[in-house]
Design a protein around this ligand. Structure first.
Ligand code: ADP
Ligand code: C5P
Ligand code: MG
Length: 219
């Protein structure tokens, strides 16, 4: 019956589009917190225990920066070193593509941890423009951590990360960007009752115990 109903349609519509239309709407958790709060560390642990795909906006931007044919390599490089937020047109396309590719490979993978996004008003507007109605934002997982702890962790990471922004000069700018641009986004979601806050200044395992409790409750 279903085959008959869709028989004509599937002859005209490309099969990929047909498959996409059958997929679940992406379920998104935004993961925010200062630089070095432990977003990436905790997302890796979540992926081990829950059916989520981890997409880090920073990782996607660094991969795009490294792509030889990219027209944005230099721009991304400058923004990252200066601790500034890359224009959302670039970031949202990377996120959208990564989400689509994940779901096309396995339609059961429709739960995403979007780490380090939205980091400012521009990011949020870009998400609303491109993704409105196409994905559900369940909540914001907020890793709350003092600036000094964040800086110390990034400096420690900088000994081996090879990142151009894990140095004191870039970190001061990144903290400023976090306080001026990202905190207001967290506050905005807080007013909507959509923030789940975890004290991220403790050990990895203690933080994860709280993260697990949030996800066990909320999916
Ligand atoms: P983010 O993605 O928020 O920038 P990371 O997960 O990369 O942060 O963590 C930054 C650095 O701090 C890494 O070197 C990581 O190993 C370390 N780290 C992460 N969580 C903790 C923690 N709870 N306690 C101590 N060090 C941590
Ligand atoms: O999250 P992460 O620490 O990997 O981000 C590193 C840098 O990538 C940020 O300081 C910023 O320059 C850039 N970035 C961005 N927009 C995002 C996420 C990261 O411009 N949404
Ligand atoms: Mg990270």
């Amino acid at each position: 019956m279903i085959c008959r109903l869709f028989g004509n349609v599937s002859q005209r519509v490309p099969s990929l589009l047909y498959r996409v239309s059958l997929m679940m709407k992406p379920q998104v958790v935004f993961v925010l917190g200062g630089p070095g709060a432990g977003k990436g560390t905790q997302c890796s642990k979540i992926v081990e225990s829950f059916n989520y795909t981890h997409l880090s906006a920073g990782d996607l931007l660094r991969a795009e920066r490294a792509r030889v044919e990219s027209e944005f390599g230099q721009l991304i490089s400058n923004y990252i070193k200066e601790g500034k937020i890359v224009p959302v047109e670039i970031t949202i396309n990377l996120l959208r593509k990564a989400m689509e590719e994940t779901m096309q490979k396995d339609e059961k993978k429709f739960r995403f941890l979007i780490d380090g996004f939205p980091r400012n008003e521009d990011n949020l507007q870009g998400w609303n423009t491109v993704m409105d109605g196409k994905a559900d934002v369940k909540f914001v997982l907020f890793f709350d951590c003092g600036n000094e702890v964040c800086i110390d962790r990034c400096l420690e990471r900088g000994k081996s990360s090879g990142r151009t922004d894990d140095n004191r000069e870039s970190l001061e700018k990144r903290i400023q960007t976090y306080l001026q641009s990202t905190r207001p986004i967290i506050d905005l979601y807080e007013k909507l009752g959509k923030v789940r806050t975890v004290d991220a200044s403790r050990s990895v395992d203690k933080v994860f115990a709280d993260v697990k409790a949030v996800l066990d409750k909320e999916g």
